[in-house]
Design a protein around this ligand. Structure first.
Ligand code: MCN
Length: 769
């Protein structure tokens, strides 16, 4: 990675402190927890997409060997566990609020997607529970399933929920409709695209699991689940159950991937709470991968009609969107908030376009509920804008880098207030683009294209210039507690929770940098109920800006708190004491007092706190592809990233984050795609055999650079970046493919750009000649 312009904190390429423990198999994931006398759960799931439940006969299951209890929708309704938390509370068009569908934690009256929960069986062993679940007889009355947003919105479409007419539960508008109308009237050129940001399955490595303990004396539940932060999980469980926070103890240590999917309090967890209380025994459930495909939240599923108006020189005059989000059968707590909020925040992208308008609708279908997935609609809006810009450039025969330069927000315009009210604090888009073009050797492309042509291949060069908002978080502040032990070692406690982002390392670097203490002596502990702290969960690329900055503040505060104590021990005034590398010293003597010495005498700790707004990481990703016209197979021969995430705390981690996120974008563009059968609503892509995850061999030789501006939101100058690779890669890869195919006359294609799709397009184009 290029270190130019970088403000170093800690070790630039420090290896991750957590990795040795994790690769030695010493991690503790949700399924690794056990409680004495635990029983095991299995769920009976709906095998159809849309049906009335006429009757459920659980007699045989109850009598089966080892079975302790069987629970159905009746139990869920009796417990009152029917209303999940919804964060879609803001008003939409004409001040109308969203209609939030009820979701009993076990389906009651109706099933609404394949995988919907019908019954919970608890037995002495997991296999006994599974066997017994198969003995449950359900009589259904089938209803026509609603698959896809067009089917959902069609007049007379079957209705999923009685109280949600037309299957649309929310509509909003943003921007200035009149300004956009005027812009389109004056346009010399309009580019129109229909864009499907397809539905994907996030697929973290760790399958979902829960272990619920219940203490009848205190009424406290211990909930062991994979989390992105315990406060968020507790808040949702409290809302679903009506229990107070002190009755919910959320336990988690290592989390094997989250991607947004692990921030949700799923109905399985709440149903297991019913059983744990009824049986007065801990109840454990570990999901199979097949269940994950069916029932863990899906991602993206946004369908957009987009139009860009330009003047004759390629200046963007206005953009108009019609955006439909398919949220599945029910609403996850934050699910609809992502597509309603994030696209509006960065509606102008990196451009100075003034006239912007969009209409957004939240639609329900008989499919698995959708929620945030790495980027949470930031990739979708970036994809929309960058596909429009690239197609417009091609249609108007303007160089795609040049059209962007003409429209960039100029570097001296920051802080920049966007037409939808965001404030981009600082960025340098032209410099990022220039560096990316240089690193990707844009000027040498023409030659490389000729060489590919000679070898019978189609070569394409494409890129995107994007910006996104890191999440500010809904909790009033972030707190980190720092405690010093008598041996001088430090423990930091946080609410944020790494699922693989390497916080144990970066937090230790930030704290170590202030205190002059080696990172190995600083341990991060997450999800510790005994240290109640305020703070946001890890998501929305907010952790470095929130909890990370607070680590810095906590370390500074620790010196402040310890200084008078050190002075007392040194027998001097606090003003006489200087701190360096874990020790205090008075100017007058050589005597030293360490943080550990102080902690040996009395407890020494400090809590850092702060509230931080969104940062605006941005970047340019450049993809170069070679497509074999005989097979339609695309090879990405080069992938270059230049990003501005402010101060880089740890280059190794930032590079790893970029790799992972780009791989996810890559997966979505070239293979990953959830397909439901439109007639039956069956999930056709329910396993790794038919759902194409990106594989290591696909992605070679990614070159990662940065061009940092010092962010103004955090005193560290950092901007979040955990999602940037998803945001930039979707459009960069598609633009590269279209750049290769456009000369043949191929019209705009959309994800997934599978080999058969490309082969057909190439073949049809060649036939037409
Ligand atoms: N970092 C840094 N310097 C910066 C910015 C970030 O060194 N200027 C480091 C941070 O200290 C942190 C990592 O990079 O170790 C990512 O930081 P940040 O951008 O703050 O993102 P979060 O830690 O909040 O992570 C959330 C983000 C999201 S939203 C998803 S989804 C996601 C992701 O990160 N899911 C992941 N990365 C993932 N990585 C793994 N392995 N697994 C997931 O589930």
């Amino acid at each position: 990675m290029d270190h130019h312009h970088i403000f170093e904190v800690g070790g630039a390429h420090l290896s991750r402190l957590e990795d040795l423990r994790l690769i030695k198999g010493e991690g503790c994931y949700a399924a690794d927890w056990s409680l004495p006398n635990q029983a095991h759960a299995a769920f009976l799931r709906s095998d159809r997409a849309h049906a009335k439940i006429v009757s459920i006969n659980t007699d045989a299951a109850r009598k089966a060997r080892g079975v302790l209890g069987v629970y159905t929708g009746e139990d869920a309704v009796k417990a009152g566990y029917v209303k999940p938390l919804s964060m879609l509370t803001f008003p939409g068009k004409d001040g109308k609020k969203a209609i939030i569908p009820e979701r009993p934690v076990l389906a009651h009256g109706k099933v609404r997607f394949v995988g919907d929960l019908v019954a919970l069986v608890v037995a002495e062993t997991a296999l006994q529970a599974q066997d017994a679940a198969e003995l449950i007889e359900v009589e259904y009355e089938d209803l026509t399933p609603v698959i896809g947003v067009d089917a959902a919105l069609k007049a007379g479409a079957p209705q999923l929920h009685d109280n949600i007419p037309g299957n649309q539960c929310f509509e909003q508008e943003a921007g200035d409709a009149a300004a956009v109308e005027a812009a389109f009237k004056n346009a010399a050129h309009v580019t129109r695209l229909k864009l499907d940001c397809t539905r994907v399955v996030p697929n973290p490595m760790e399958p979902r699991a829960c272990l619920i303990g219940y203490d009848a004396g205190s009424g406290v539940y211990t909930v062991h689940v994979p989390v992105q932060g315990i406060n968020m999980m507790r808040m949702q469980l409290a809302a679903y159950t009506g229990l107070s926070d002190d009755k919910l103890k959320i336990m988690a240590r290592d989390v094997g991937g989250g991607f947004g999917q692990r921030s949700i309090a799923y109905p399985e967890y709440v149903a297991a709470m019913i059983a744990a209380k009824a049986l007065n025994r801990p109840v454990k459930w570990v999901s199979s991968r097949s269940e994950s495909f069916l029932s863990d939240s899906h991602g993206r599923a946004n369908y957009i009609n987009a139009e860009l108006a330009l003047d004759k020189d390629g200046t963007f005059l206005g953009m108009k969107l019609d955006w439909i989000a398919d949220l599945g059968a029910y609403l996850h707590p934050a699910g609809p908030v992502s597509p309603m909020r994030n696209p509006v925040v960065c509606l102008n992208g990196v451009y100075k376009t003034q006239a912007l308008f969009g209409r957004w609708r939240v639609v329900l279908t008989n499919t698995s509920p959708v929620s945030a997935y790495r980027g949470a609609a930031r990739p979708e809006i970036a994809y929309t804008i960058e596909r429009l810009v690239d197609e417009a450039a091609a249609q108007m025969k303007i160089d795609p880098a040049e059209i962007r330069r003409r429209n960039f927000i100029p570097t001296d315009a920051f802080p920049y207030k966007t037409p939808t009210g965001s404030v981009y604090d600082i960025a340098d888009f032209p410099a990022v683009l220039d560096k990316a073009m240089k690193m990707a050797d844009a000027t040498g492309f023409a030659k490389r294209r000729v060489a590919s042509e000679k070898a019978g291949k189609l070569r394409g060069f494409g890129f995107s210039t994007v910006i996104e908002n890191s999440g500010a978080g809904m909790f009033p502040k972030d707190e980190v507690l720092l405690e010093v032990a008598a041996d001088g070692n430090l423990t930091a406690y946080s609410v944020s929770h790494s699922q693989g982002q390497g916080h144990e390392t970066t937090f230790a670097q930030i704290i170590g940098d202030v205190l002059g203490i080696k990172t190995e002596r600083i341990k991060l502990r997450q999800a510790i109920n005994e240290k109640p702290l305020m703070g946001n969960h890890t998501g929305g690329s907010r952790t470095i800006v929130g909890a990370g900055t607070v680590c810095h503040l906590a370390a500074k505060k620790l010196i402040e708190v310890a200084t008078p104590l050190a002075a007392e021990m040194l027998g001097v005034e606090p003003s006489q004491v200087a701190y360096a590398n874990g020790e205090f010293q008075s100017k007058e003597s050589t005597k030293k007092v360490s943080l550990g010495d102080i902690a040996a005498k009395k407890p020494l700790s400090a809590t850092g706190e702060g509230k931080f707004g969104s940062t605006f990481p941005n970047g340019c990703h450049v993809a170069e592809v070679e497509i074999d016209p005989q097979t339609g197979v695309t090879e990405v021969v080069s992938y270059v990233t230049v990003d501005d995430c402010g101060t880089v705390i740890n280059h190794t981690i930032v590079e790893g984050q970029m790799h992972g996120a780009v791989a996810q974008g890559w997966g979505q563009i070239f293979g990953e795609n959830v397909v439901y059968d439109p007639e039956t609503g069956q999930l056709m892509t329910g396993s790794f055999m038919d759902y194409a995850m990106p594989k290591a061999g696909w992605i070679r030789d990614m070159k990662i650079y940065d061009h940092a501006t010092f962010g103004t939101i955090s005193p560290l100058g950092v901007k979040g970046m955990g999602e940037s690779g998803c945001t930039a890669s979707l459009a960069a890869l598609t633009n590269a493919v279209m750049n290769a195919l456009r000369p043949l006359g191929v019209q705009p294609l959309d994800m997934p750009l599978t080999a058969p799709k490309l082969w057909q397009a190439i073949t049809a184009a060649n036939k037409g000649k």
